[in-house]
Design a protein around this ligand. Sequence first.
Ligand SMILES: N[C@@H]1[C@@H](O)[C@H](O)[C@@H](COP(=O)(O)O)O[C@@H]1O
Length: 267
Amino acid sequence: MKLIIEENADCVADFAARYVARKIAEATDRDKFFVLGLPTGSTPLGMYKRLIEFYNSGVISFRKVKTFNMDEYVGLPRDHPESYHSFMFDNFFRHIDIDPKNVHILDGNTSNHEKECAEYEAKILEAGGIDLFIGGIGPDGHIAFNEPGSSLASRTRIKTLNEDTIQANARFFGGDLSKVPTQALTVGVQTVMDAREVMILITGSHKALALHQAIECGISHMCTVSAMQMHKCATFVADEDATLELKVKTVKYFKGLMALHRKLVEF
Ligand SMILES: N[C@@H]1[C@@H](O)[C@H](O)[C@@H](COP(=O)(O)O)O[C@@H]1O
């Protein structure tokens, strides 16, 4: 596992965007599609902004990119401003040259959730698997909508959101808890684990305990992102605030590797 420690959220966004841009460019050079797993939430917004800037300045193209989003609310109309469909098109897809047929987002309005989820897993396989799954986390360490107690062997399925997540997401629904959907379709922990690479973005002191549990404690289904300890190629990108609960020794160790890790995003 790598832990990248950046000064602030803007620097986290820049690192993540450079990392993604480089990977896409390498795949495109080999005339291969690059398959990205993508998150929603406020954390990745800065990365999407930087990627749009790279696209506008001609640094990258998304013509050879396929995407799979992590999750979608159940029962929220697709064109609702807070649906993850709207989020992704408003904040990213509409501003780049990706072919919409290469964009995959779970349909939270289907009547057959099981079929939708099984087909999603099949589409990922058909695309050759996910090259790089990018994720954010909740303050309790959940990845996608794999709430505490979710099976670490889980695959795409319907999940009931817990009270903390509903409260955390109420800010997007005018603070009205009753407007937040209570269920979502989400990729499973194992779906993320199957990706060839995983990159987790964590910013803010409210996520500091989650980062501590994720990388300094044992693997536990109560902090589903901790499963990434078993991943062959996982990178956590955090800002200084998110490291506040880590041991000084951990922070010092990974900061000592920063000169090396910076080379990963040079272009
Ligand atoms: N399903 C999403 C997660 O994928 C996201 O990581 C989390 C944190 O969001 P934020 O980045 O806004 O803190 O929110 C939701 O629960």
